[in-house]
Structures are given as structure tokens and as C-alpha cells.
Design a binder for this molecule. Structure first.
Ligand code: TXA
Ligand code: MG
Length: 337
């Protein structure tokens, strides 16, 4: 099976395409759709068989729960057993938007979606196509990123097709997504709330609403099962990728001398090089950098290179989500010095 692709203009929604996708979802099948962060692989969140199809299509380990998407706060609240003040305040401030809240689940959410756990992750996405689809099908949609497990998340329809073309039923192609990296995941079942995955909504944004938030560094493996997406190497390109601190020029020249075709990804080119590397100049603003990151990595991955060298951005909190994704994408340990 090769999936059906329907092109939709997010500014002039074609009702018949949305209705067709909604019908596919109501039949328990899989539809990839755009959100403001990345493309999601959607399934009826209340249907265990549909949930199981998501895991099969992605090759996702059964222990990694799915995010459930709802069209509004009222529809999200139906899925959770508790709606604390913090949830209400965060929802008012950031929904629709790239913030996922982990809360105690209601029994109507099947085990396959929560990976058997007592909590469910919910969010209201801020993409007109996602919202139209959620409203049209009248169902909450379980939707992980629409990539094969451990691969980069898709920010364009082509990325979805690369990994899943013969494994899903339908794809709504609305062009590139704007956010570029996955939503912030915040656990509200603990006090203070705990950040499980940094994302577009920063710790400073969250703390301005709910006070102190515990940061869980991706290297902290105190409780990995809490958010399996925290496991390292979750979002990696196929091409070996290494991170360098500071000017990557010497490393790029060394690799090039070894005969390796290398890409050099940096926000600033500090020194000239004669190396025949593929040079990618990234924005020096974290939001703009995040918006491009996966698209650049997908593109470089398609060029048959031997190595991708990425200069690490500054260690400040504004760059936390980008750092997190770069650390997960790293597949080559830094050379011993
Ligand atoms: O931006 C996004 O969040 C995208 C779009 C499609 O909405 N979705 C996404 O889903 O990134 P996924 O499955 O690739 O990542 C979901 C993350 C994983 O790290 C998972 O472990 C965590 O959320 N998660 C889901 N349910 C959870 C729960 N009940 N408790 C703790 N972590 C949970
Ligand atoms: Mg994912």
C-alpha cells in the first residue's frame, strides 16, 4: 500500500480533504497531518486497535506512550482524571500551542496509548489543519511524530513519505511546519511540575505562569521510563553526526583530509577553510534555529555524506530545546583530545 496524499492550503482549507481524512480516522486507520511543531501520525486515541497500528507503523517500542491531541480545553479535560489549577492556567496561556501536559488518565484512554501507565499526555495543537481535522472527526487523536522510531521528526510532507509512505493510509500535506521541533512536555502529576522534554515553550515561559519547574536534563537517567523520549538517540539522522564546542573549522579540515565528505553546520563562520565541506549557516536565534534544524538534517542526510559536524549553540536556557535535540542526534562521540 502506498498512502494517499491530499494537498491542503492551511489558509484556505478544503473541506472535502479534511472530511476524507476524518473518515479514514473514524475507520480506525492512520492519517499523518501537520501540527505547528512537526507532522504527527494520527489515530483514534480511544480505539486500541488504531493505537496498535501507530506502534506497528513506527516500529515504536510499546513502552513509549503517545500524546493525545484535542481541539480545545473541554475535549482535553474529558481524557484526564484531574485538572489542577496549573493545568488551567497553562492551557489558558499556551493552548492552542506547543505544550503537552501529563496528567492522571481517565479509563476511556486505552492502555496502548498510555503504554499501560496511569497518566496521559494531552495537547491542543495550533495548526489550522490539525484543528480542522480534530473537529471534523470528533475524536481525540493519538499522534506521535510521523517518523520511524529513533529517526528525525518530519517537518515536511516529504519527510513523512520517506519513512512511512507504505505504512500509513493518508497524508495531509500542508507544506513545512513552522515550529520545527516537538512540543514541550510537562509533568503535572508531581509538585513542582517537572519538565520531561524541553521545547518551544521555554522553562522561563512556564515559570512565569506556574512558578518553579524542575528541569530534567536528558543525561539524567534517574527514571528513564517516565518519558522514554528522554532516552538518548531518539531523533537521529542516518549520517554520523558529531557535535563540537566552539569553532568547528579544524575538525572539519581534519575529516576532509581523511577523505570524508563532511557538512559543517554553524551559526557563525569564524575562520576560513579550504576544506571542500558543505557549509550550512544557521540562524543565531534559537526559535529560528529550531524551525530549520530537522529540515537541514533531513536534507544533509539525503546527500550521502560521511559526517555532519554541528557546532553547539550557547549553553543558555533559551537554547535548551535545541541543545536537547542536538544531543539526541549525536551519533559520533567527540574525538579524544
Ligand atoms: O510536538 C509534538 O509533541 C509532536 C506533535 C505531532 O504533536 N508529537 C510528538 O510525539 O513529538 P512523540 O510521540 O514523538 O513524543 C511524545 C513524547 C515522548 O517523549 C513520550 O515519551 C512522551 O511524550 N509522553 C507521552 N505520553 C507520556 C506520559 N503519559 N508520560 C510521560 N511522557 C509521555
Ligand atoms: Mg517522536
Amino acid at each position: 500500500m502506498r498512502c494517499e496524499v491530499l494537498i491542503v492550503d492551511p489558509e484556505a482549507l478544503d473541506v472535502s480533504s479534511i472530511a476524507r481524512a476524518a473518515a479514514v480516522l473514524r475507520a480506525g486507520r492512520l492519517v499523518a497531518f501537520p501540527t505547528e511543531t512537526v507532522y504527527g501520525l494520527g489515530a483514534n486515541a480511544l480505539d486500541p486497535a488504531a493505537g496498535a497500528r501507530v506502534f506497528a507503523a513506527k516500529g515504536r517500542p510499546p513502552g513509549n506512550p503517545l500524546i493525545v491531541h484535542a481541539p480545545d480545553v473541554a475535549s482535553a479535560r474529558v481524557l484526564v482524571a484531574d485538572w489542577p489549577n496549573a493545568a488551567q492556567q497553562l492551557a489558558e496561556r499556551f493552548w492552542p500551542g506547543p505544550l503537552t501536559l501529563v496528567l492522571p488518565r481517565q479509563p476511556i484512554v486505552p492502555d496502548v496509548v498510555t503504554a499501560g501507565g496511569s497518566t496521559v499526555a494531552v495537547r491542543v495543537p495550533a495548526h489550522p489543519v490539525a484543528l480542522a481535522l480534530l473537529r471534523a472527526c470528533g475524536l481525540p487523536l493519538a499522534a506521535p511524530s510521523a517518523n520511524r522510531s529513533t529517526r528525525l521528526s518530519p517537518t515536511r510532507a516529504e519527510h513523512v513519505l520517506d519513512g512511512l509512505a507504505d505504512r500509513i493510509d493518508l497524508l495531509l500535506d500542508a507544506g513545512p511546519t513552522s515550529g520545527g521541533i516537538e512540543s514541550t512536555v510537562l509533568d503535572l502529576t508531581v509538585q513542582p511540575p517537572r519538565l520531561l522534554r524541553p521545547g518551544p515553550v521555554t522553562v522561563a515561559d512556564l515559570e512565569a505562569v506556574v512558578g518553579r519547574v524542575t528541569r530534567l536534563a536528558p543525561t539524567d537517567n534517574d527514571e528513564p521510563a517516565r518519558s522514554p523520549g528522554l532516552h538518548a538517540k531518539h531523533y537521529a539522522p542516518r549520517t554520523p553526526l558529531e557535535l563540537v564546542v566552539g569553532d568547528g573549522c579544524l575538525r572539519v579540515e581534519e575529516l576532509t583530509r581523511q577523505g570524508r565528505r563532511t557538512a559543517w553546520v554553524a551559526s557563525e563562520i569564524r575562520s576560513a577553510t579550504h576544506a571542500t565541506a558543505v557549509l550550512v549557516l544557521m540562524p543565531d536565534d534559537p526559535v529560528a534555529y529550531a524551525a530549520q534544524l530537522y529540515a537541514i538534517l533531513h536534507q544533509l542526510d539525503g546527500q550521502g555524506l560521511d559526517r555532519i559536524v554541528v557546532e553547539l549553540p550557547p549553553e543558555t536556557e533559551a537554547w535548551m530545546a535545541v541543545h536537547d535535540r542536538l544531543r539526541r542526534a549525536e551519533t559520533v562521540p567527540p574525538p579524544a583530545s
